[in-house]
Design a protein around this ligand. Sequence first.
Ligand code: MG
Length: 196
Amino acid sequence: MKRIEALGVLAGLTERHPVVVTCAATSRELASVRDRDNHLYLLDAMGLVGSVATGLALSVDPSAPKVVGIEGDGSLLMNPNVLPTGGYLAPSNLLLVLLDNGVYGSTGALPTYSARIDLERLAAAAGWTTRRADTPDGLRAAFGELLTVTGPAFLYARIEEGNAQGIEKLLIDPVTITGRFTRWLREVHAVSGADA
Ligand SMILES: [Mg+2]
């Protein structure tokens, strides 16, 4: 399964979910598949999908559609603390999808540690309910199963190395991205409090 195939599946499943997306190729490819106001692209903020998604999940109505994070292996390994933090705080409505291609795909495909560090087991050890997938159909099925989980959920998706070709740069101003995401969140999720 290529990254862009996985993102196509996820885009089809997350129209009503807040989606926090890791930077660089993953954000660009998701935006090329489907660009929506419910996407919070974390441009230049590597390693923070789990942090932002956990904070959001703790802030929104827990009965609303789950907060979905889309993370990469290099990014998760930059800040693996998000796993014990999410497991400890245990929001009921958080689903973190890891797209693991074994490399830093946006910076020359240098290998990450994921060939020898089992990130699904790391998440499970930290208290997340996990599933594994390596095909589009498997990803769709695992996503559906994890939507029924109460507590932090982790979907480990194995993807192929390599970026989709001909993808345009994502040049939306981060202020615009944040503004439209926040508006969507207030309207759809009826977020309470001053800051979404
Ligand atoms: Mg990677």
